[in-house]
Design a protein around this ligand. Structure first.
Ligand code: CA
Ligand code: CA
Ligand code: CA
Ligand code: CA
Length: 386
């Protein structure tokens, strides 16, 4: 019996934070699932978040087929990490049925015809209405016995709610292993990225499926397949934020104006970015802050004026025409506290939702820091110094 369980452990003591998948209100979204169901082992995939399991797809299951599970018996690992037993981040994967040892991670039984498996796991219906240039991404390990032939995983997509799964939308899944893919090495987690064909744009009936088959010939090689952090949305984008007050020092009791710009440069084949969050929590040394917002390139934000901290939801389209970007510009006028001493550091951030991948997080935070200077300097003739 083929049985491969390096560092798999079923008697784990751990606590899990259940991170339910979220849906955003107020703008076009698509789909995200982290599969974090809090299950250590043996939870079938059709008990989670609207996923379903279809049997006898492309063949006939044996009496003891393998099956799709959602659990952390195969840990969801950030690429390019190596496969692991449970730490606490569940994945979607093919494991053995309870009669064949149960869900022990991404490994499968292939003793003979009894274990033949032809099963597709299918997402709930996903709406992409209002979206185009979509990207499907997920992290995975997959090998089987011969990658894309005998025992193998395949991504399959549907544009009609699952009524059909056209061959043109079938994609082989194969990753490398941490060492030789000989059944004794862990899989190496890999990021899968697919730009979806136009048929998936603005479509209320998209479904994502993963098909696994092992042919029951008594020969196979682990790992089977595992999936995590699946995202159907804007794909890889880069948004940024800048912040300045055009001043190198601050005087207690004076007025200071901060300009905060959240921006997306136009990029070919990139996507509009929806429901970003711009946040600025003003430090104690800044009082009575009032903010307005203006936009360019089709962006949206809250015009204001509003008082207090900034915590705004905005959209940044992929805007081609002049000026070649979209942006939301906040102007915040604050009073420097009369008792402020030392320095004032004011930080603004821009955050994308889980439906988008921001490829450069280093430009998503901007801070302007200035020393506080006593106004006696002004009386000494430094008026007008910026
Ligand atoms: Ca996960
Ligand atoms: Ca086989
Ligand atoms: Ca400054
Ligand atoms: Ca960025």
């Amino acid at each position: 019996m083929l049985r491969w369980t390096p560092s798999k452990c079923l008697s784990l003591a751990f606590s899990l934070v259940i991170l339910a998948p979220m849906t955003q209100a107020g703008g076009p979204n698509a789909f995200f699932d982290n599969f974090n169901n809090g299950c250590a082992s043996n939870c079938l995939a059709d008990t989670w978040n609207g996923w379903s399991i279809q049997s006898n797809v492309g063949g006939v299951d044996g009496a003891s087929p393998n099956n799709w599970f959602v659990s952390c018996s195969e840990e969801g690992i950030l690429p390019p990490g190596c496969g692991s037993s449970c730490i606490g981040d569940a994945s979607l994967h093919i494991g053995s049925d309870p009669g064949g040892g149960g869900d022990m991670g991404a490994d499968f039984n292939e003793t003979g015809a009894i274990n033949a498996t032809y099963k597709r796991v299918v997402s709930p219906v996903i709406s992409t209405v209002g979206r185009s240039n979509l990207v499907l991404s997920f992290d995975f390990i997959a090998f089987g016995s011969a990658a894309c032939s005998d025992d193998r995983a395949q991504l399959q997509l549907s544009t009609d709610g699952g009524a059909t799964w056209p061959v043109g939308f079938h994609y082989c899944l194969t990753s490398t292993c941490c060492g030789a893919c000989n059944g004794y090495s862990q899989g190496q987690w890999t990021r899968y990225l697919l730009s979806l064909p136009a048929a998936f744009n603005n479509n209320p009936n998209v479904r994502v499926g993963f098909h696994w088959r092992n042919n029951g010939n008594g020969s196979g090689t682990n790992p089977s397949v595992a999936i995590d952090d699946i995202r159907l949305g804007g794909g890889e984008i880069d948004v940024s934020i800048t912040k300045t007050n055009d001043a190198a020092q601050l005087v207690p009791g004076s007025t200071v104006t901060y300009t905060i710009v959240a921006k997306k440069l136009w990029e070919p084949f990139s996507s509009d970015v929806y429901n970003l969050t711009v946040a600025d929590t003003f430090p104690a040394g800044l009082e009575q802050c009032s903010t307005t917002c203006t936009t360019i390139g089709g962006a949206t934000c809250t015009a204001g004026p509003f008082s207090g901290n900034i915590n705004d939801t905005i959209n940044l389209p992929n805007f081609f025409a002049h000026p070649g970007y979209s942006a939301a510009t906040y102007t915040s006028v604050c009073t420097v506290s009369a008792t402020a001493i030392g320095s004032i550091a004011n930080t603004a951030t821009v955050t994308v939702t889980q439906f988008d991948n921001d490829t450069d997080l280093s430009n998503n935070t901007a801070t302007d820091t200035d020393p506080i200077v006593a106004d006696v300097l002004l009386r000494d003739g430094f008026e007008g110094t910026p």
